[in-house]
Design a binder for this molecule. Structure first.
Ligand code: FAD
Length: 398
């Protein structure tokens, strides 16, 4: 077993998964979360098989965590443009493709798995210093905390990232998403349909939450990031969902108003280097990703697993070994996370910000050639299979 101290800033999905992974290999692990309680900021969520596999390895109960969904990309009239079909053995193990769930359901399962004493809420980190041998973390109104390794899992506006690498501007995508969910009795078809008309994405997937089924849906369109939004969310979603017809239209109509939310879509350009000295980043702090990928939370969960695995292989009292481990971690994670976040960014432009004269041409290609099947329908399963094979615990020592 490893020894030494690991402090994680932020108790989102990435921070909690990293804490589980670090604790599991023997580190004295602490999460510092600024808010007085752990509350999921948001509701709708999908998780692909690789983060599901990590959660299982970390001892998180994934039983009935979400609805196993087979997903397709379509146009607003229902014409299939890409079918995301995973290999049979992956479908058997993890369900149809991704699972559809609610964010609070994931947080609850992560919290249940966290050992007592690891999480400290109401701890707002205000700064830190790395003296080469260890790191001193400053927490508002609390005594300083010393650690051997500091992990910034503090989201898109990461203080750890800014302290290490300065303030890089947020990339406003000038898109917004209005989404919601409803829980229903009985069984629902395990399907997810991601569909687009000329300038709107109107999508829905089955979900499970606390033993009940239902649906989550979202409507995504261009919207200037600095323009105030005052319209009723449901009326707005219903208006732009109308061309998609049922079931989207009726799902929106049945959604209780308190289950609707709106987000501006933003990310940052991939960072060249994440780690410095004894500190590193993970999840949105390292690679904020537009919801177009439906993979930001998934990648943050995977990051924590790979990071703990590298740290477990070295003596973290030795600064040179810590640096090498952090570098190995980010070298492994950067290509995949940069690819996903850039793809999500480009998809946002392609579907919503293309000049008007090019839009019919784009849709002609998407509707009548195998282009989307190749770049999404075939590529995503290949990426998922590759990620799954990387997530393997090393054999136990003899
Ligand atoms: C509308 C929408 C839909 C999405 N859908 C999906 C999806 O389907 N699938 C998917 O995988 N991803 C999805 N994402 C992306 C996903 O939500 C994020 O990528 C994910 O939450 C990142 O997790 P994280 O742990 O890195 O950071 P966060 O979830 O942002 O957590 C950061 C934590 O750090 C804390 N913190 C910040 N600063 C400090 C400080 N100074 N001191 C102490 N604590 C601090 C915060 O309070 C917070 O708890 C979606 C995002 C949006 C907006």
């Amino acid at each position: 077993m490893s020894s030494g101290r690991v402090v994680i800033v932020g108790a989102g999905p990435g921070g909690m998964a990293a804490a589980l992974a670090a604790h599991r290999v023997g580190f004295e692990t602490t999460i510092l979360e600024r808010y007085p309680e752990i509350k999921a900021a948001g509701n709708i969520l999908n998780l692909w098989p690789p983060p599901q596999k990590v959660l299982q390895l970390l001892g998180v109960n994934t039983n009935d965590l979400g609805a196993p969904v087979h997903s397709v990309f379509a146009n607003h009239r229902g014409r299939i443009r890409a079918d995301v079909r995973l290999p049979d053995e992956v479908v058997r193990e993890y369900g149809g493709g991704f699972i559809g769930l609610l964010r609070p359901g994931l947080y609850q399962r992560l919290l249940e798995a966290l050992p007592a004493g690891v999480l400290r809420v109401g701890h707002n980190v205000t700064g830190f210093e790395d003296n080469g041998r260890n790191i001193t973390v400053h927490v508002q109104g609390q005594p300083d905390i010393e650690t051997d390794v500091l992990i910034g899992a503090d989201g898109i506006n990461s203080l750890v990232r800014e302290t290490l690498w300065g303030n890089e501007p947020i990339r406003e995508q000038n898109l917004h998403l209005v989404g919601g969910y409803l829980l229903l009795d009985g069984t629902q078809p395990a399907e997810g349909v991601i569909s687009h008309d000329r300038d709107t994405q109107g999508s829905y997937t089955a979900i499970r939450h606390e033993g009940r089924g239902g649906y989550e849906w979202w409507v995504l369109r261009a919207w200037p990031h600095d323009k105030p939004f005052t319209e009723d969310l449901k009326a707005y979603a219903a208006r732009y969902a109308a061309p998609f017809g049922d079931p989207l239209v009726s799902l929106i109509a049945q959604t209780p108003s308190e289950h609707l939310q709106r987000w501006l879509i933003r990310d940052r350009k991939p960072l060249k280097q994440w780690s410095l000295g004894r500190a590193t980043l993970l999840g949105d702090a390292a690679h904020p990703t537009s919801p177009y990928a439906a993979y930001g939370a998934g990648m943050s969960i995977e990051d924590g697993y790979f990071l703990a695995r590298e740290l477990a292989a070295v003596d973290i009292s030795d600064t040179g070994q810590v640096r090498a481990a952090l570098q190995a971690y980010e070298d492994r994670r950067k290509p995949h996370t940069a690819k996903m976040s850039q793809l999500a960014y480009q998809n946002g432009i392609m579907f919503h910000r293309l000049p008007r004269p090019l839009q019919p041409l784009r849709d002609l290609i998407f509707d009548h050639t195998p282009f989307l099947q190749k770049v999404i329908g075939d590529q995503m399963p290949a990426d998922i299979v590759a990620q799954l094979s990387e997530i393997e615990d090393p054999p136990a020592p003899q």
